[in-house]
Design a protein around this ligand. Sequence first.
Ligand code: UTP
Length: 301
Amino acid sequence: MTRKVTKAVFPVAGLGTRFLPATKSIPKEILTLVDRPLIQYAIDEARAAGITEFIFVTSRGKAALEDYFDDAPELEASLKAKKKTAILEELEKTNMPSGAIAYVRQRKALGLGHAVWCARRMIGDEPFAVILTDDVIAADKPCLAQMIEAYEENPGNYVAAMEVPSSKISAYGVLDCEPVTPNTVKVKGMVEKPPAEEAPSNLAVIGRYILTPEILKHIDDAIASKTTGAGGEYQLTDSIAQEIDAGNPVYGFRFKGQRYDCGTKAGFLQATVAFGLARDDLRDEFAEYLADAIGMQSAAE
Ligand code: UTP
């Protein structure tokens, strides 16, 4: 019987250099889209997919993330006293049950594969999900839930995949693949950050994965033999590609939804506009402002 996916790894140990100076003293994952930090969107997506164990791979300077999911007794008491029940409810949604979140340190940012490997003892011998908080995906059915459904129908390793224009493909892991179903491709190979002319397809890997525990063994081997990949880092895609070589299935999953790359400033701004416009309490005022701002910009040109 296929084992249920109940654990998710959130690698949040990166340096976040593209958002300096903001990320000098706050983790990138605490940056907010409207009024919720990126990490909240990721946790909500995992919960909606049935995840019950949340493993954070952290590093120095990420203490704000641990506090974020804890109770805030003074704040809660003050909101209760002032009868601010709506805000209180929003706040309580951020509390996680004791024991549901575990934190493990990655001492050096040696790459995404290495970050996932740091969680190996907590993952154990089970399939697990990986969520990169930079990729925020707005979807009717959350992306990870779509992927877990596909995994339960047809087990194997899964990476979320999306078509990307050739001008941007060199920023991604790219799939060499053939179609299996309308949503799924069978992966024959993966290349991390290829030059556009060498990209095997226009299907790029996005930050959602369902992985079998064998992947950890491949990362283990890479670390033991100091075999790094693109950028001198232990790349997760390299270890997933080894699963293909070992004859185990790896699928690319074309999810339904709109993905925002919140690891870049332009993507973060786009997400802010989209999530602002999606909010009933902000839409009218915000849309009016945007229309005026664009009008002013065009007039000035
Ligand atoms: P990025 O490549 O976006 O790196 O990592 P980053 O440090 O977060 O951001 P920039 O490029 O310096 O602006 C993708 C994801 O992998 C995690 C990051 O936290 C991010 O969620 N990661 C990356 C680690 O946890 N450890 C690493 O060694 C590398």
